[in-house]
Design a protein around this ligand. Sequence first.
Ligand SMILES: [Zn+2]
Length: 274
Amino acid sequence: MFSNWCWHEPFQLVIDAGEGLQLALGQKIWAPAVIALTHGHSDHVLGLPGFVASRRFAKGAQEKPLTIVFPEGNSGVLAVRELLARMWPAADFPVTWAPMQASGEFRLGKSRILQAFATSHGSSEPTLGYAVLEERRRLKPEYGGLPEPEIRALVREGGRETLMEAYRHVRFAHTGDAMPIDPALVAGADLLVHDATFLDAGDRKWDIHATTNEALEVGRAAGVGCLVLHHLSIRYDRAAALPALRAQAASSGFAGECWLLDEGRLIDLKQPHG
Ligand SMILES: [Zn+2]
């Protein structure tokens, strides 16, 4: 309700670091390798000092490196960075701060890349969303329709590599707080977490957050496999909001899985009582 963070365990990746992050992770506090901050609003960064300090001073993997990726020049993030330095002036944190601009990339591993994209969150400060891209190889489209014997002949002639091309597949993307993003940024994503603050565009005063219908439309247009709506405003009584949201999901034309992330719980919007 008052704090935002998302722990993607398979990629050892945390998006945003609102208050309570360290408490919620418990013993898993030493697991994350990267924290990617979408912007510097307090409900997205104030968990960072506690998280970093606990990892540095509590019994555990105190030397484990941590990279904090953040929108370059974001003053909220820089204030938290300065707070850490001033609270523990004698401490040397095993932290790398990695400023990022839109389209910037940070390598997560051998075949995975964290790529930033610009978001619109009604602020003059830079704000970013993130996508985890996986480098893959596939048959070049011009060979796609050929019968199997012809493909085999071409492989014998020129080698398998001449028929293949590299591409990047979006495994996971997170918008942070944002107006609807360009679906092209997350085309074919396995999993998209999208801001979905308002059930009705009429409830939106400033262009800062997306509506649930806008998020569903991004999911539909991008052909996302699984869409997670997050940040639903606390103004909505959940008992009334859930049936409305399920009706929106059903009529949206979005064919994938659809969940609401609410108070740390995932609620299936494609099931009547999921
Ligand atoms: Zn915000």
